[in-house]
Design a protein around this ligand. Structure first.
Ligand code: HEM
Length: 411
C-alpha cells in the first residue's frame, strides 16, 4: 500500500487545474493517479501560469529526469534548483552555494567538502549514529507510545550534521527549529515570511561561527571551509555560510522524512516488515527501497539555457523546468510493480539523491542513518502499531510524513 493512499486521491482529469506550487496540494492529496496520467499522456507538461506565478515545464518520467540531471550546461541550477526560487527568477545564493552553482566553481568547492569527508570521518559518524539510534529506540520502547518523527527521527540527522560542523550542543535545538521552518512546514498556515526569517537567522548564526573559526585547525566542516582556498584565494564569508546552510538543510529534514516514512511503510506492509525481521530482505536493498518509497525531495528545478528536446517536446531557452522525483521514482517504465513497497527490489535506480554533477553530497550519510534505523527496528522492535494520524509536511519541495504516533513493542 502506498503511504499516500491514506490521503484522498486527486482526480487525474483535474490535471489542467492542478496547482503544483501549492504546499496544500502535496500535503493533503495522493497525487499518484495524476503522476501516472502525466507520465503516460503528457511526459512534458506545461504547467500554466497561476496567480502571480509564471508557467513551467513538468517532467515526470525517469528517463527524462536523468537526461535533465546529466546536462548541467543546458539545464542550469544557477537561477535556483527549486520552484520557490526559480519562479521569482533568481536565488540569492547563486554562485555561492553548491546546489545553485555550476561549472568549475561548483567542482572546486565540492571537492573541498568531499575531501573533508574521509572514510575515517564516515566510520566515526557511523558508530555515533548507530549508538544514538539504538539509544533513542530503547527510550521509545521504554515509553511504548511515541511520536517517531519528533522522538527518534528528528534527533538523528541534525546531531550528525551538527557533529560534522561542530555546532555547540546548546545551539542545536535552535538550529533545528530554524531548519524546519526555512524550507517546509509542519503546519498549513506557514508563510514565506517565516521561511525567509528563519533562513536569515541560520545564515547570521554561521557568519559568527565561521569568523570564530578562521585560522583554526579543527577538522569540522566550518573550520575547513573557513580556511580553504581555491586557486590561492580564500572562500568568501557568504560562500562559507551558504554552504553550511545547505548542509544543514540538505541533510536534516530530508533524512527525518525518510526515517519516519520507513516506519510508516513497514507498519502498512506487514509482510515486508516480517521479511526484514526474519533477515530475508537484505539491509542494503531495504535502504534503497525506503529511499525510493519516501522520496523526501518531491521536485528539483533547472533553467534551460538553450532550446532542447525532452519527453517528445521542445523546451525553449529561459524556460523553467521542474523534474518530479515523486513521479520518476514510481515510473512503471523503470520499476516493475512500481506502486509496491518491496524491500528486496533490485535493480533500484531511484533518483532520490538526484543524479549527475549535483548528486547529493550527503547520500552516504543518509544511507548510514537509514541503515541504522532499519537495523535498530529489526533487532529491537517486535511490533509497530500506528496509533494516530500521520502528519505530513506542507511544502511543494519536501514531502512525506513528519509526525507519526506509534506504539512500539520490544522484542
Ligand atoms: C535522505 C536524505 C537526503 C535526501 C533525500 C537528499 C536529497 C538531495 C537531492 C535530491 C539533491 C540534489 C539537488 C539538485 O540536484 O538540485 C541533494 C544535494 C545535496 N545534498 Fe542531499 N539529501 C539527503 C541527505 C543529505 C545529507 C545528510 C547532507 C549533508 C550532510 C546533504 C547535503 C547535500 C548537499 C550539500 C547537496 C548539494 C550538492 C551539489 O549541488 O553539488 N544531503 N540532496
Amino acid at each position: 500500500m502506498r503511504v499516500s493512499q491514506l490521503l484522498p486521491e486527486l482526480d487525474p482529469d483535474q490535471v489542467e487545474t492542478l496547482d503544483l506550487t501549492s504546499p496544500t496540494v502535496h500535503a493533503e492529496h495522493d497525487l499518484s493517479a495524476v503522476w501516472r496520467r502525466l507520465r503516460s499522456d503528457h511526459p512534458l507538461y506545461w504547467h500554466p501560469p497561476r496567480d502571480q506565478n509564471p508557467g513551467f515545464w513538468v517532467i515526470t518520467r525517469h528517463a527524462d529526469a536523468l537526461s535533465v540531471f546529466r546536462d548541467s550546461q543546458r539545464f542550469t541550477s544557477t537561477s535556483g534548483n527549486v520552484l520557490e526560487t526559480l519562479l521569482v527568477g533568481s536565488d540569492s545564493a547563486t554562485g555561492k552555494m553548491l546546489a545553485v552553482t555550476d561549472g568549475s566553481r561548483h567542482t572546486e568547492v565540492r571537492r573541498i567538502i568531499t575531501t573533508a569527508l574521509t572514510p575515517a570521518v564516515f566510520d566515526r559518524l557511523e558508530k555515533r549514529i548507530e549508538g544514538q539510534v539504538r539509544q533513542l529506540m530503547a527510550r521509545a520502547l521504554e515509553r511504548g507510545q511515541c511520536d517517531f518523527g519528533d522522538d527518534v527521527a528528528a534527533q538523528v540527522p541534525l546531531a550528525t550534521i551538527c557533529d560534522m560542523l561542530a555546532v555547540p550542543d546548546a545551539d542545536r535545538p535552535y538550529i533545528h527549529r530554524l531548519g524546519s521552518s526555512s524550507v517546509s512546514s509542519h503546519e498549513p498556515a506557514h508563510t514565506t515570511t517565516n521561511a525567509w526569517t528563519s533562513k536569515n537567522e541560520i545564515l547570521a548564526y554561521f557568519i559568527e561561527l565561521a569568523e570564530e573559526r578562521r585560522g583554526g585547525s579543527g577538522d569540522d566542516l566550518v573550520t575547513i571551509l573557513a580556511n580553504a582556498d581555491v586557486r590561492g584565494r580564500p572562500l568568501g564569508t557568504d560562500e562559507i555560510v551558504f554552504n553550511c546552510y545547505s548542509l544543514i538543510l540538505g541533510g536534516d529534514e530530508t533524512t527525518r522524512l525518510a526515517m519516519t516514512g520507513a516506519v510508516l511503510a513497514l507498519a502498512e506492509n506487514p509482510e515486508q516488515w516480517q521479511e526484514l525481521q526474519r533477515g530475508e530482505a537484505g539491509l542494503d536493498s531495504a535502504v534503497e527501497e525506503v529511499l525510493r518509497w519516501t522520496t523526501p525531495s518531491r521536485h528539483l528545478g533547472r533553467l534551460a539555457t538553450e532550446p532542447v528536446e525532452v519527453g517528445g517536446g521542445r523546451i525553449e531557452a529561459g524556460d523553467v523546468v521542474t523534474v518530479w522525483l515523486a513521479s520518476a521514482n514510481f515510473d512503471e517504465r523503470e520499476f516493475s510493480h512500481s506502486e509496491r513497497f518491496l524491500l528486496d527490489r533490485t535493480p533500484n535506480r531511484h533518483l532520490t539523491f538526484a543524479y549527475g554533477p549535483h548528486f547529493c553530497l550527503g547520500a552516504r550519510l543518509g544511507r548510514i542513518q537509514l541503515a541504522a534505523t532499519l537495523t535498530a527496528l529489526r533487532d529491537m522492535v517486535a511490533g509497530i502499531e500506528v496509533t494516530g494520524s500521520p502528519k505530513r509536511v506542507y511544502s511543494n519541495f519536501l514531502g512525506g510524513t513528519c509526525n507519526l504516533p506509534v506504539l512500539l513493542k520490544a522484542r
